[in-house]
Design a protein around this ligand. Structure first.
Ligand SMILES: O=C(O)C(=O)C[C@]1(C(=O)O)C=C[C@@H](O)C=C1
Length: 374
C-alpha cells in the first residue's frame, strides 16, 4: 500500500553543500562557546548543510542533563549568523515549536521518544499548522513501522510538505554491537510505502560509538538514503551527553570524505543493458521459485486433508526438524547462509500450518447435508 503523503522533493527545500547531504552538530548545546566553536569548525569543512543541536533532551532518568533549554535558541541564532548554517533542533511539545519558530530555527525534528506517542506528535502537528517549515520524523524507539508512518501522516496532515524521515535505529532486548538496532528492513519498508519520502540516516544513534559510524553511514548511502545526521562536538571526550558517539569536526570531515557515493541510476547504456540482462535472469528464477512454492502448497493441502480424514495433528515436529536440518545442510553446500535458509523454511512452514488449519476448520456441512437428504 502506497502512502498518500503530499510532499515536496528534498532538493526543493534543502540544498546539499556537497554530497552526501550532511546535518551535523553536537548532541547537546552545552555552552555558547562550545556550540559556536563547533559550528565554525563544521562550516569550515564545507560539507555541512545544517547545524543540529539538542536543547531540550528527553532523558531516561531524572537528574541527567535535560538540555540547556530555551537559552540555547539564542546560541543557535548566533551560530547561524556567524557561519550561515541553517539550524535544526528537536521539538517535543507545542511550546518547543512556538519558541523555536520565534527564534528562527530552520528545521525541526521529532525525536524517537516522541514518535512513539500519537498525543505528543499530534500536539507538535497542531502547533505547526499554518507554518511552512521542514520537519524530520525519527523512527519510534520500538520497531513499529505503523507508528513511524502515523507520525509522518500527522505532521503531513498539519500541512507540512517539507517532510523527511530519520532512521536512527530501534531499541531491542538483545544487546548487540549497535546502541540501537538498525533493522534496515523497516527503513526499506518505509521507502517501499513512500518512495518519494526522503530518509536521512542517523549513524550516531544506531552505532552508539565512533567506530561503527563509517560502516553504518556507508550502508545507509548504499541503501539509497538521502543524507546523514551525525553528531559532532568540538571535544567529544568532555561532552555532557553521548560522548562515545560524537566525532570532532575534523574526524567527521575525514569520515565523510572516505564514503563512496553510488547512484540509484546510471546513464551508461552498456551498464543498463547488463543490469537488464541479469534482472531478466532473476525474473525467470523468481517465477520458478513462486511456481515451485505453489506446487509445494498444493501437496501441503493434500496432506492437510489426509490428516483431517485420519485424525492426525497438523504439527509434526520430527518431520519438521528433519526438513530443517537437511535443507539447511543442503543450502550450506550451495553457499546459502544457514540463517537465511532457516528463516525461509520457517516462513514456508508457518504458511503450511495456516493452510492446514484452514482445512481442519472447514465445516463438514455439505457432507452432512447430503446425509440428511438421503
Ligand atoms: O509432513 C507433514 O505432515 C506436513 O504437513 C508438511 C509440513 C511441511 O510444510 O513440510 C507441514 C507441517 C508439519 O509440521 C510438517 C511438515
Amino acid at each position: 500500500m502506497k502512502l498518500d503523503l503530499k510532499i515536496q522533493p528534498l532538493s526543493s527545500w534543502i540544498t546539499a553543500k556537497k554530497q552526501p547531504l550532511l546535518i551535523a552538530g553536537p548532541c547537546s548545546a552545552e555552552t555558547e562557546e562550545q556550540l559556536v566553536a563547533t559550528a565554525h569548525l563544521l562550516a569550515k569543512t564545507g560539507r555541512v548543510t545544517a547545524l543540529r543541536a539538542g536543547i531540550w533532551k528527553p532523558r531516561t532518568r531524572p537528574g541527567e542533563f535535560e538540555g540547556i533549554g530555551s537559552i540555547g535558541l539564542e546560541w543557535l541564532k548566533r551560530a547561524k549568523a556567524e557561519t550561515g548554517l541553517p539550524t535544526a533542533v528537536e521539538v517535543a511539545t507545542g511550546k518547543h515549536v512556538e519558541e523555536a519558530l520565534k527564534a528562527g530555527v530552520d528545521i525541526f525534528w521529532v525525536g524517537a521518544r516522541s514518535t512513539v506517542n500519537p498525543f505528543t506528535v499530534q500536539e507538535i502537528a497542531d502547533a505547526l499548522k499554518g507554518v511552512d517549515i521542514p520537519v524530520m520524523v525519527k523512527n519510534p524507539v520500538n520497531p513499529d513501522l505503523s507508528l513511524w508512518i502515523g507520525a509522518l501522516e500527522r505532521i503531513n496532515n498539519a500541512g507540512i510538505t517539507k517532510l523527511a524521515a530519520i532512521h536512527r535505529g530501534f531499541s531491542s532486548f538483545e544487546k548487540t554491537a549497535f546502541r540501537n538496532e538498525p533493522m534496515w528492513d523497516l527503513a526499506i519498508n518505509l521507502k517501499t510505502h513512500a518512495p518519494d519520502l526522503p530518509i536521512i540516516n542517523d549513524p550516531s544513534h544506531i552505532s552508539g560509538n565512533r567506530e561503527l559510524i563509517p560502516y553504518v553511514s556507508q550502508k545507509a548511502l548504499d541503501l539509497d538514503m538521502q543524507g546523514l545526521m551525525i553528531e559532532s562536538h568540538i571535544d567529544p571526550s568532555v561532552a555532557w551527553t553521548d560522548a562515545k558517539q560524537q566525532l570532532t569536526p575534523a574526524a567527521l570531515d575525514d569520515l565523510v570524505g572516505r564514503l563512496t557515493l553510488r547512484q540509484p541510476e546510471t546513464a551508461s547504456s552498456e551498464v543498463k543493458d547488463k543490469l537488464a540482462e541479469l534482472r531478466n535472469q532473476i525474473d525467470k528464477l523468481d517465477d520458478l521459485v513462486i511456481q515451485k512454492l505453489a506446487e509445494r502448497m498444493q501437496i501441503v493441502e493434500k496432506i492437510g486433508q489426509y490428516k483431517k480424514d485420519n485424525g492426525i495433528t497438523i504439527l509434526q515436529v520430527n518431520r519438521w526438524d528433519e526438513i530443517l536440518q537437511k535443507r539447511t545442510q543442503y543450502g550450506k553446500a550451495l553457499k546459502l547462509e544457514a540463517d537465511f535458509t532457516e528463516k525461509l523454511l520457517e516462513l514456508i512452514h508457518s504458511e503450511s500450518i495456516r493452510k492446514q488449519t484452514e482445512i481442519m476448520n472447514q465445516s463438514q456441512a455439505p457432507v452432512q447435508e447430503k446425509l440428511t437428504h438421503a
